[in-house]
Ligand binder design. Structure first.
Ligand code: NDP
Length: 256
């Protein structure tokens, strides 16, 4: 039996609620165990995989699944849908095919973390890809709507902050170095989790531009997960560096 449009819409809605629950559950768990990759990488979570191929492979489904769905989606040809799908795909084009190859001496990713990230990218790739390529409907003139424009700017600025902050982190290490230093410059002057702040802003902007429950769920999930990681990094810096800037916040400039 073929799944009807109404049934698939309901499925997407349930998956969106599932994503928020997943993010909230992870945030709870991450209060006790830091997310096991990068500086918290541990062999307890499976055999260590080299950082570059692990990042590329785990993120690839969020690039390929939406592209495949766009090829057969009924709404993928409309301009708002096309642009929004393009934004999502552009992020993952960078995350899967550029970011991994720029990493310098990154710590290995344990297999379990890799698997979770891979499953997350399949789940979310389907959720965002299917919602935007087949179901999201926009009134004519949506591209001139303040909601779309503000969201698009938020997405763009967030992505720029994310990429710039990751660039700062990368350049803290000279070739061959594996240790950690205090990040300086850019948004790191304000928050310890500057790259995470950028990514969160990016997906909330995207959610505003999309106005779908699926995109909002992704933004909330990102907030839960990366908010926890930013807090762990902040505490880690305070413990490791006596001269860590005292007025630097965790995630949101001047606020938190
Ligand atoms: P981190 O900030 O933990 O690390 C980023 C890179 O910079 C790593 O290679 C790390 O090395 C290096 N690095 C970090 N801090 C320092 C320092 N003080 N001195 C020297 N080198 C440093 O980021 P993540 O790895 O957690 O995330 C990478 C990207 O992926 C980010 O842009 C993030 O937003 C995104 N992401 C998105 C998620 C989502 O839910 N949408 C989930 C997870 C990540 P090392 O590996 O040795 O620690």
């Amino acid at each position: 039996r073929r799944v009807s449009g109404a049934e698939e819409r309901r499925l997407l809605e349930l998956l969106a609620y599932g994503l928020v629950a997943l993010g909230a559950g992870s945030a709870l768990l991450l209060r006790f165990v830091p997310m096991p990759y990068g500086r918290y990488s541990s062999p307890r979570f499976g055999c260590p995989l080299p950082a570059r191929p692990a990042w590329a492979l785990q993120e690839l489904p969020s690039l390929l699944v939406p592209l495949a769905l766009a090829a057969c989606g009924a709404a993928a040809g409309r301009w708002p849908n096309r642009l929004l799908l393009g934004g999502f795909v552009l992020h993952y084009l960078h995350r899967a095919l550029i970011f991994p190859f720029l990493i310098r001496q990154g710590k290995p990713t344990p297999f379990f973390t890799f698997l979770l990230a891979l499953l997350f990218c399949v789940y979310n790739g389907y959720l965002q890809g299917r919602s935007l390529s087949n179901y999201a409907e926009y009134p004519s003139g949506w591209l001139k709507d303040p909601c779309f424009i503000a969201g698009f700017i938020g997405w763009l600025v967030g992505m720029a902050i994310n990429i710039h902050s990751d660039h700062i982190l990368r350049n803290l290490r000279k070739p061959g170095e594996t240790g950690y230093k205090i990040p300086r410059g850019g948004m790191f002057e304000y928050v310890s989790g500057a790259n995470f702040f950028g990514e969160i802003l990016e997906w909330f902007g995207f959610a505003l531009a999309c106005c779908t429950i699926e995109s909002l769920a992704f933004a909330l999930c990102t907030l839960f997960i990366l908010g926890s990681r930013a807090k762990q990094h902040h505490q880690w810096y305070l413990e490791k560096f006596e001269d860590y800037p005292k007025d630097r916040k965790i995630l949101i400039p001047f606020v938190y």
